[in-house]
Ligand binder design. Structure first.
Ligand code: AR6
Length: 182
C-alpha cells in the first residue's frame, strides 16, 4: 500500500505521508509545543534534539505561546529553515473548546507561514500524542482547516502532514476516503 497521498487544492497540494518530521525538507516544519515553549517529549523533543540549541535560545526570548497561537524560530540544524511552534488543546471532554483551539493552531501556523513568505511547510498530528485528542476527530480538523486555508490563500504551494506511525497514516487515509478526497 502507498505511504504517500497527494491531494490538489486549487494551485496548491496537500501531501499526507508516514515519516519523521525532523527529516522534512519543506521550508518550515511545525512543532506541537506547549505554552511554555521550554521543550518536552514527542515531536517537540525530537525537533529540539535534531535542530540543536539555537531553537531553544529563540524560544526563551519569545517566552511562551498560548494554546491556538503560533510563533516562529530558526530551524537550527534541521533541513527546514524555520520551525513554527504552535500549541494544541489538551483533550478533556471534547466540550471545552478543543476543536476550535485545534482549528486555530492549524490556521495560525499557516497564517504565520504565509506572512513570512514560506511556500512549503510540514505539520505533525497536533495534540494527538501527549495531549490526548482522538486521532480520527483531529484528522478531520487538520484536513478541513488546511484545505480551507489553501482554497482562500494563494502563496503557500505545499503542505505536508507527516504521520509518525503506520496506524496514524491509516486513520488519515480513512478520513480522506470519508471526506471523498481520495
Ligand atoms: N515526526 C512526526 N510526528 C511525530 C514525531 C516525529 N519525529 N514524534 C512524535 N510524533 P506529541 P501533542 C507524533 O505528544 O499531543 C510534548 O511534550 C506523535 O506520534 O508530540 O500536541 C510537548 O512539549 C503524535 O502522533 O504532541 C507538549 O507538552 C503527534 O506527533 C505536548 O507533548 C503529536 O504528539 C504536546 O502534545
Amino acid at each position: 500500500m502507498s505511504d504517500k497521498i497527494e491531494i490538489d487544492v486549487k494551485s496548491a497540494k496537500i501531501v499526507i505521508e508516514q515519516g519523521d518530521i525532523t527529516k522534512q525538507a519543506t521550508e518550515a516544519i511545525v512543532n506541537a509545543a506547549n505554552s511554555s515553549l521550554r521543550g518536552g517529549g514527542g515531536v517537540d523533543g525530537a525537533i529540539h534534539r535534531t535542530g540543536g540549541p539555537k531553537i531553544m535560545e529563540e524560544c526563551r526570548k519569545i517566552g511562551g505561546c498560548p494554546a491556538g497561537e503560533a510563533v516562529i524560530t530558526t530551524g537550527g540544524n534541521l533541513k527546514a529553515k524555520y520551525v513554527i511552534h504552535t500549541v494544541g488543546p489538551i483533550w478533556r471532554s471534547g466540550k471545552a473548546g478543543e476543536e476550535e483551539i485545534l482549528t486555530r493552531a492549524y490556521q495560525n501556523s499557516l497564517a504565520l507561514a504565509q506572512k513570512k513568505g514560506i511556500r512549503s511547510l510540514s505539520f505533525p498530528s497536533i495534540s494527538t500524542g501527549a495531549y490526548g485528542y482522538p486521532l480520527r476527530e483531529a484528522s478531520k480538523v487538520a484536513i478541513n482547516t488546511i484545505s480551507a486555508y489553501l482554497k482562500s490563500h494563494r502563496k503557500i504551494e505545499k503542505v505536508v502532514v507527516v504521520l509518525f506511525s503506520d496506524n496514524d497514516f491509516q486513520v488519515y487515509q480513512e478520513t480522506l476516503k470519508e471526506m471523498g478526497l481520495i
